[in-house]
Design a protein around this ligand. Structure first.
Ligand code: DX5
Ligand code: ZN
Length: 218
């Protein structure tokens, strides 16, 4: 299981996104982009125009996490724009199978995200439709929140469901991932780690990515 690190630019300086992306270009695997619409979550960040600009400016593939009310309408456009991965929330999608298929047919990896209170078992039959399952380890909306240990059994269960399926699904964890919590997540079975404040809150973001990777790999 290869470990991947996806720094979240939510904790970066939005006035210097190209430079912030460049800072982790040689150490990270993805750049995590949190799209929030102030409806699905109580915060507003950025949308397609900024993603399109970032696609031109950044060398890392973009891992777009859509925390928006109507992913069925918007997700395919992020894939068509060139995002490497587009993740929709199970709680928001009205037609997740159709939307996941649209993301894939536009050439991106399709992700399905679950909030802390959303169980994974009802989505077991959808594993063949997804390339990545995202288990949220905070309530989505803001960076810098405390990791919720209550999601660890769900990460374990998700890994078990993935192992029992024929699908090659990555298991991502997002929220409060840091040098203190990443080992617990890896031990539970996660293999893709989003980290915002634990990367961009550090003086040397690239070194922070390296350190997180080393901890997850042990
Ligand atoms: C939260 C976002 C996360 C956030 C993580 O809703 O989805 O990606 O940027 O930030 P940290 O790592 O600081 O918890
Ligand atoms: Zn996120």
């Amino acid at each position: 299981m290869a470990i991947q690190i996806s720094p979240s630019i939510l904790s970066a300086d939005f006035a210097h996104l190209a430079a912030e992306a460049e800072a982790v270009a040689d150490s990270a695997d993805w750049l995590h982009v949190d799209v929030m619409d102030n409806h699905f979550v109580p915060n507003l960040t950025l949308g397609l125009p900024i993603v399109e600009s970032l696609l031109k400016a950044a060398t890392l593939p973009l891992d777009c996490h859509l925390m928006i009310e109507d992913p069925d309408r918007w997700a395919p456009a992020y894939a068509e724009a060139g995002a490497g991965s587009v993740t929709i929330h199970a709680e928001a999608a009205k037609a997740p199978v159709r939307t996941l298929r649209a993301i894939r047919s536009a050439g991106a990896r399709a992700g399905l995200a679950l909030n802390p209170a959303t169980p994974v078992d009802p989505y077991a039959d959808l594993l063949g439709e997804v390339d990545m399952l995202l288990v949220m380890s905070v309530e989505p909306g803001f960076g810098g929140q405390k990791f919720l240990d209550l999601v660890l059994p769900k990460i374990r269960r998700a890994r078990e469901l993935i192992r029992n399926s024929d699908a090659a699904v990555w298991l991502q964890v997002d929220g409060g991932v840091s040098a203190e919590t990443i080992e617990r997540c890896a031990e539970a079975g996660a293999d893709v780690f989003v980290a915002g404040s634990a990367v961009y809150g550090e003086k040397d973001p690239a070194a922070a990515v390296d350190a997180l990777r080393t901890l997850a790999e042990r």
